[in-house]
Design a protein around this ligand. Sequence first.
Ligand SMILES: [Fe+2]
Length: 348
Amino acid sequence: MGQLILVIDDSEFNLKVVRGMLNEYYQVECVNSGEAAFAFLSEKTPDLILLDLHMPQMDGFEVMKRLKAERAWKEIPVVMLTADSDRGNEVRCFELGAMDFITKPILGPVMLQRVGRILKLTRLQKFLEFEVEEQTRKAEERRKQVEQLSEEIMKTLASTIDAKDRYTNGHSLRVAMYSKEIARRCGMSKREQKEIYHMGLLHDIGKIGIPDTIINKRDKLSEEEYEAIRQHPRIGSDILQTIQQIPDIMVGARWHHERFDGKGYPDGLKGLDIPEYARIIGVADAYDAMTSKRSYRDILPQEVVRSELENGKGSQFDPVFAEVMIQMIDDDIRYTMKEKDWLPKQEV
Ligand SMILES: [Fe+2]
């Protein structure tokens, strides 16, 4: 069956005329009052409504208002039928949301043209809306997939870095988590928290370029070996600089060993010249080092870690972020924020 048109007019004569004009092309339903129209609408949804303006009891304006107020009906295109040539009424029809109006006496070809055009327009509009929604949904889905993929790649990279070092199992992941928590407590946005999390994951990526024998050496490092280890921020930032989509991702890698007093490396940046994210990661990195087991020592007691952070405020650490880390320690009553499930790997 063709498209359904509901005609609302109190004049039986008009209803007959309109039905006669449209019957051949559309399914036409006629009702003679607003009340009858709403009774019909509770059963069926027409593709278009032809609405008489002047009716006793509920007039066309009133019907229109009710139609537009109801979610299920407000999208149905309405064409007003009016005997008036009064401009005021025309304007009001449009203001209330009518698509068009047809002045009585109605001419058959005019009626068919307008109805046909409005139905086509509505179909097109619905199709476009659907397409836009569909494309937006697809784009969002693709964006999420890409984001998830990058996240997985970063995590894999982080565990690859950590796997190189027998004594830093899960280090990158924990530094990422602590950094994110510091950022959260400082009121940074979700986006910033995510950024710092990613930087935390990759902060030690430069260790890829350092020989395993040096990284895993139990004995005291020679001057050259120590110098080689000190290259990892530079190597890391060089590696990450190639990721053009996230230009700042190298911030954590390059500057997490800078010190607030300017005595750090590789660039000897001081105080607020050290990028904020790197100052946060620096605190998280030091915290995790102290709360992880080493070949030469166990996990440090919580009060020792706390006082190290306290003493390092303003010298090694940004005082604000060190204080936030101290608050995290104080909230961690059972001292769960430390390396867990530490499994020493086979001797190389
Ligand atoms: Fe590092």
